[in-house]
Structure formats: C-alpha cells, structure tokens
Design a protein. Structure first.
Length: 269
C-alpha cells in the first residue's frame, strides 16, 4: 500500500535505537525524510547514515539532551520543515512511591512527560505555519495500568494520554492530528538484554529468553518494525480522520487480562 508519504519530513526523538529506530526505518521505507534526535552522537550518526544509504532518503541528526528545558526550542529553530513530529524519548524507570526520591521524580518528569510537552509547544507554530501535520506520542500502554511497582511510568504515560486526547479537538481546526501509540512489551535492545539476563538467572541459558514471553497472547513481544508500521499508517492520509486516539499495540494482552473479568465471582462466561 502506498501511504503517499514520500517527500514528507519526520522528526523522531529517541530516534537512534529501539522503537525510535524501528519507526525511522519504516517511515524511510515509505520515502519520508528524517530528522533523528538523541544524546549518543556516535550512534546517532551511524544509524542515520545506515538508514540514508539503505532507503535513499535524506537523514539529518541532532545531538540533544531532552532533559534540558531549552532543548526543544533549540531543535525547533533548526527544523522549520517538519510535517510529522514523533515524541519517543524515554528512559525506563521502575520503582514504587517509596523507592523514588523527589530529585529522581523531578529528573524523570523532565524527560517524560515534559520533553513531549515542550516539543509540542515548540513545534505547533511550525505545523500551523505549514497548514497541517501529524503528531505521534509514543506513550507506553502502562497508562492503562495503575501500579505502584512502576508508579512513575504509570503516571507519566497516563499524563501523556490525557494530553494527547485533550489537544485533539483544538488542533483539528489547524489540520493537525495528534495520536498516541500504547506499546506494551517491545523487543528493543533494552528489553532483550533484560530478558536474556533473567533467562540466564532462571533458566540457566540467556539464549532461551523468548521462553519468558510465552505468557503473551502471541507468545512474543512486538517487534520495533511493527511499531514502525503503525506509526507510518497513522502519519499517512489513510488515517486522515483519526485523531485524539491512543492505539494500543499489545497483542491483546491488557484487554484480555483484567483479573476480575477472567476469574472469580465476577468472571464473564
């Protein structure tokens, strides 16, 4: 399917690895020019060159630390040609209310949700000047699951789901669509390394890590390419009437795993 994206320009934060790279590659396959933003300049440059050579699109990269409040404004000043803004920067952080002290809370918040909010504020004038565009926030499906075991992630992703839904009505008047992707378990480098370590500890063999995902509906986590495919569709005119929605890409896990509906006195038969 031709998504009619060729010649568009997408900016992706956290674009040098994991979900960000998966989205970058699938958009590049559709002929989208890229601006990748990340902190690791060596990796950023290498990935950008590889994507440009493979897909024959223009790829620029910007070294930036999105924990900094000034970074989004500085990035926007260099990128007046963006049609698709993808907020994806993330640092996984577990821990309960008691585990995370106030300084860590504030540090975490400065990246997610605040770097997303700052990027929105910096790029909305650009999208309005270009008379339209698409914003995709990679949120994390934990926004649906309030858990003290990962309280920061639950709270930050929930906040971003609210921001995404709240802006949709007003932005539609400017021909700007805003959407979220609710990812669950995705086979990024970080996740695979964690699985390998757990498999080594529990099964005695790190190469057996895929066995640890057997409980998921398809028996596996999502691949980054699958996140990229969804992002490309959402960015295209094929989704032209879709805005203000969080599209959950979890293989059916959350919706089929609510304990009170699956078992017990309230179970649905």
């Amino acid at each position: 399917m031709d998504l009619n994206l060729r010649g568009k320009t997408a900016l992706i934060t956290g674009g040098s690895k994991g979900i960000g790279r998966g989205m970058a590659e699938q958009l590049a396959a559709e002929g989208v020019n890229l601006i990748l933003v990340a902190r690791d300049v060596a990796r950023l440059g290498a990935v950008s060159r590889e994507i440009a050579e493979t897909y024959h699109v223009a790829v620029r990269w910007i070294e930036a630390d999105l924990y900094s409040a000034s970074a989004p404004v500085e990035i926007a000043a260099q990128c007046p040609d963006v049609d698709i803004l993808i907020n994806n920067a993330n640092t996984p952080s577990a821990g309960s209310l008691e585990d995370i002290d106030e300084d860590q809370w504030m540090h975490n918040w400065s990246l997610k949700p605040f770097s997303y909010i700052r990027m929105l504020r910096a790029f909305l004038p650009i999208l309005r000047k270009r008379e339209g565009g698409v914003i995709i926030n990679v949120i994390g499906q934990i926004y649906q699951v309030a858990t003290n075991k990962a309280l920061y992630s639950s709270a930050s992703c929930s906040a971003l789901a609210t921001v995404t839904r709240a802006l949709a009505h007003d932005l539609a008047k400017d021909n700007i669509r805003i959407l979220g992707i609710g990812a669950w378990v995705v086979n990024t480098e970080y996740v695979v390394e964690a699985y390998e370590a757990k498999a080594k500890a529990t099964l005695g063999d790190g190469s057996r890590w895929r066995e640890l995902a057997a409980h998921l509906p398809f028996g596996r986590g999502a691949e980054t390419k699958e996140i990229g495919d969804l992002a490309a569709f959402l960015a295209s005119d094929k989704a032209s009437y879709l805005t203000g929605q969080i599209i959950d890409l979890d293989g059916g896990y959350i919706g089929s795993s609510v304990p009170t509906l699956a078992s017990g006195a309230l179970a649905m038969r």
